[in-house]
Ligand binder design. Structure first.
Ligand SMILES: [Zn+2]
Length: 379
C-alpha cells in the first residue's frame, strides 16, 4: 500500500475563502483581494507590491528567485463577475464549505486556482525550494470587463526589456492544457434619423428602418477563414433598442453585436468592413446615417504548440496535445510580451459566472501537487 500524504487543507481553503469574501467585483474593485494576497505572501516571507489606481482598482505583483535566465510569469485575475440574478442557495460573498466543495463567487474563476498555486509555492518554499530563475506572480484587475489590469501590467513589464520564457494562466480548464482561444469584438451600432409626427413619417428619417437595413447587411457578413482547433468565428446581434413613442418617428436606434474572432483576424479590418457597409447603404439611401463604437476588443490567442515551453509544460502535466477553449482570457495581452501563453487549472469552466459557483476541495489538492511540479519544472 502506498502512503498518502494528508495536507492540512485548512490553509488553502482559508485563503480561498478570504479571497471570495474580498468581493472583487468591478464595482467594489480589486484592492481588498490584492491586500489579502499581499498579507498571505508576507506570512510566507514573500513581498508583493500593490499597484493601486482609481481608488479601489489594484494589481499585485510578487517576484521570487534570481535573475538567471528568462522569467516565467504566473498570471491571475483578481476580479470576479457580479453575483447577478443567478440562483444562489449559498451566499455569493460569504464563502461556505459543504460536501467537499467551497461555494462562492470566484471559487472556480479564478480564486480557487489562485489559492492552489500560492499553496504550491508555499509548500515548495517550506521544503527549501529555491528557483534558479525569476518567477513572477502577477495578480491583475479587470479581466471580466476591460482587461485594464493586464494591459497595465504588460505595459509596465515591457519597459524592463526582460522577455519572459512563458506565461501560465491558472484559469479553470479541468486540467486541460489550453493554448488557443477565440477573440472578442463587441460593437455598439447606432443609427441616427430625424423625428417627425407619427402621422407624417415622410417628414422624418426613421432610425429603426435604417437599423433594419444595416442589420440585414451585418447578418450576411461572412467572417473570413476557419481554424483547425477553434473552428469558425461567429457573429450575433444581441441587443436592440430604439424609439420613444408609438406616434413619434424614431431618430435614434442602437444595437450591440458580439463577434468572436479567430487568430490572425484583425479587428480593425472587421470594423472597416462595417464602415464600408455604411457607405454602401448611404449610396442607396442618402438619408442613412450610422456609427459604430467598440465596446470591447480582445484579440484571439494562439500559442505555438511546438515551442519548447509548451512541450515542456505538456510533458510535466502528462498531456499529449494542447486544446482550444470557448471563453476568452487575458492571455492575448500577456502574449504581447512575445512569449508562449498556456492556460491550465483545476475546476470546471462551465461553472464560471453562474449561481452557486464552487470548486471541489479534492481538485484543489490535486492542483497543488501539479502546480508544484510545474513550478519546479519551469525553473
Ligand atoms: Zn477567469
Amino acid at each position: 500500500m502506498t502512503a498518502h500524504i494528508i495536507r492540512p487543507m485548512k490553509y488553502p481553503t482559508d485563503l480561498l475563502k478570504d479571497l471570495i469574501a474580498a468581493e472583487s467585483t468591478c464595482d467594489k474593485g480589486e484592492l481588498k483581494a490584492a491586500q489579502v494576497i499581499a498579507k498571505w505572501l508576507a506570512r510566507h516571507g514573500l513581498k508583493a507590491d500593490i499597484d493601486q489606481w482609481d481608488g479601489n482598482r489594484a494589481n499585485a505583483v510578487a517576484e521570487i528567485g534570481a535573475g538567471k535566465g528568462q522569467p516565467v510569469i504566473f498570471a491571475f485575475h483578481l476580479d470576479v463577475v457580479p453575483a447577478g440574478k443567478g440562483q444562489w442557495k449559498y451566499s455569493p460573498f460569504e464563502p461556505c464549505e459543504h460536501n467537499g466543495r467551497i461555494y462562492g463567487r470566484g471559487a472556480v474563476d479564478m480564486k480557487g486556482p489562485t489559492a492552489a498555486v500560492l499553496w504550491a509555492l508555499a509548500e515548495l518554499l517550506e521544503e527549501g525550494f529555491c528557483p534558479d530563475r525569476e518567477l513572477i506572480f502577477a495578480f491583475v484587475a479587470g479581466e471580466e470587463t476591460d482587461s485594464c489590469g493586464a494591459k497595465r501590467f504588460v505595459e509596465q513589464y515591457a519597459q524592463q526589456a526582460k522577455e519572459p520564457a512563458g506565461v501560465i494562466i491558472p484559469e479553470p480548464t479541468g486540467f486541460e492544457v489550453i493554448t488557443s482561444h477565440r477573440g472578442i469584438l463587441w460593437l455598439n451600432l447606432e443609427t441616427i434619423g430625424k423625428t417627425a409626427h407619427g402621422s407624417t413619417p415622410q417628414q422624418g428619417i426613421n432610425a429603426i428602418t435604417s437599423m433594419r437595413r444595416l442589420l440585414s447587411e451585418i447578418e450576411s457578413y461572412q467572417l473570413p477563414g476557419s481554424h483547425s482547433v477553434l473552428g469558425q468565428g461567429s457573429l450575433s446581434i444581441n441587443t436592440i433598442s430604439g424609439g420613444q413613442a408609438v406616434n413619434v418617428v424614431p431618430d435614434h436606434c442602437t444595437a450591440a453585436i458580439d463577434i468572436r474572432t479567430l487568430p490572425g483576424q484583425n479587428h480593425q479590418d472587421i470594423l472597416d468592413d462595417i464602415r464600408r457597409m455604411f457607405h454602401r447603404l448611404q449610396k442607396h439611401w442618402p438619408e442613412f446615417s450610422a456609427d459604430a463604437n467598440v465596446i470591447r476588443s480582445v484579440p484571439a490567442l494562439e500559442t505555438d504548440n511546438h515551442s519548447q515551453f509548451v512541450k515542456n509544460f505538456c510533458s510535466t502535466v502528462g498531456t499529449e496535445k494542447p486544446k482550444g477553449i470557448g471563453f476568452t482570457t487575458d492571455g492575448p495581452f500577456f502574449a504581447q510580451l512575445n512569449c508562449p501563453v498556456i492556460i491550465f487549472g483545476p475546476g470546471k469552466a462551465d461553472l464560471c459566472h453562474k449561481g452557486d459557483e464552487y470548486i471541489e476541495i479534492t481538485e484543489l489538492q490535486k492542483a497543488i501537487t501539479i502546480y508544484k511540479n510545474i513550478i519546479k519544472a519551469t525553473t
